[in-house]
Design a protein around this ligand. Structure first.
Ligand code: C5P
Length: 314
């Protein structure tokens, strides 16, 4: 029986704009990220022998030191200078892997939250955020969750005032045989688009301000219909991935879809619907075509929460 359970939600990008290249080699981004109810579950138990041991219900996932969960655990005990802390970690994987849904990043964020509690470290949110940032660009968002503007390389979070979490339901699809490497997608973006990259902070800030004051945020505040969704990596990945082209074409046929886009660096794709019934109806409408083209699909609501302790499961 585990001592603690943590829910680790997936995210989608409602907006992903590549602004330019930073001196550290990462891309400067302007994004809107949204948590989903689809979540992995991490069970944690303390162990007295100082070992960190990870198991996962999906045998294809590495459970050695390359897994972000173990890297997060190592980073945490290094931060508090207590190498004797040990834990058993068991992951139930529900978020598709290599999909642009931040599954690995959310698992890392869940590890930080869970071990901070399990080991009674009492690290403040700022300390956890700093560790999260070192582990990956999306990990800070996964800790905070809900809906956020994300700037910098993705780690600079800015909640917005009108940010009631949208009540949308998402139809997610992914070809289980396809995956996209995030470094590849950004590298390809650089090859194709770096002539158009902005360079000056003042220009980055102007783009951030356009996002803050633009039609997407107005739509999220209920002031207008949803504009077309923007993901700059979609144009990079689409020509290389047949499943992305096919999936987008399918989702665009869905009745009642408010918007359709790729999430992150893909290849998962999503359509937004006003309510669960509309999303399920679209899934039923597309069921034959999704099956014929080999897509897996999920319907889930947007969530206002990031990683969280699951008190009922313990
Ligand atoms: O931070 P994370 O580990 O998710 O990044 C994976 C890779 O994606 C980076 O090594 C980099 O190649 C690319 N990346 C980027 N700009 C970002 C985020 C990621 O170029 N803002």
């Amino acid at each position: 029986m585990a001592d603690l359970h943590v829910q680790a939600p997936a995210k989608i990008n409602l907006h992903l704009e590549v602004l330019g290249l930073r001196p550290d080699g990462f891309h400067e981004l302007a994004m809107v990220m949204q948590s989903l109810e689809l979540a992995d579950e991490l069970a944690l138990s303390a162990r007295a022998d100082g070992l960190l041991h990870l198991v996962c219900d999906q045998p294809s996932l590495p459970t050695d030191g390359s897994n972000l969960i173990l890297r997060a655990a190592e980073a945490l005990r290094h931060r508090v200078q207590q190498p004797e802390l040990g834990a058993d970690l068991a992951l139930v994987k529900r978020i598709p892997v290599g999909a642009g849904l931040a599954g690995g990043s959310s698992d890392a964020a869940a590890t930080l939250l869970g071990l901070n509690q399990l080991w009674d470290l009492a690290l403040a949110d700022d300390d956890l955020h700093a560790l999260a940032e070192e582990l990956g660009s999306d990990v800070p968002f996964c800790l905070a969750g809900g809906i956020q503007l994300c700037f910098g390389r993705g780690e600079r979070l800015e909640p917005f005032s009108s940010a009631a979490c949208p009540n949308w339901t998402v139809l997610l699809i992914k070809d289980p045989t396809a995956s996209v490497s995030t470094p590849w997608a950004y590298g390809r973006c650089r090859e194709l688009r770096s002539d158009f990259y902005l360079e000056r902070e003042v220009d980055f800030e102007e783009r951030r301000q356009s996002l803050r004051q633009g039609p997407l945020l107005a739509a999220l505040a209920g002031q207008r219909p949803l504009p077309p969704l923007r993901n700059d990596l979609q144009a990079v990945v689409e020509p290389e991935q047949a499943s992305v082209r096919q999936g987008l074409a399918l989702l665009r046929q869905a009745e009642g879809a408010l918007g359709v886009a790729m999430s992150g660096s893909g290849p998962s794709l999503y359509a937004l619907f006003a309510d669960p019934a509309a999303a399920e109806a679209a899934r039923a409408q597309l069921a034959g075509a999704l099956q014929a083209e080999g897509f897996e699909s999920w319907c889930c609501r947007c969530s206002s929460m990031g990683v969280r302790l699951d008190r009922d499961a313990a």
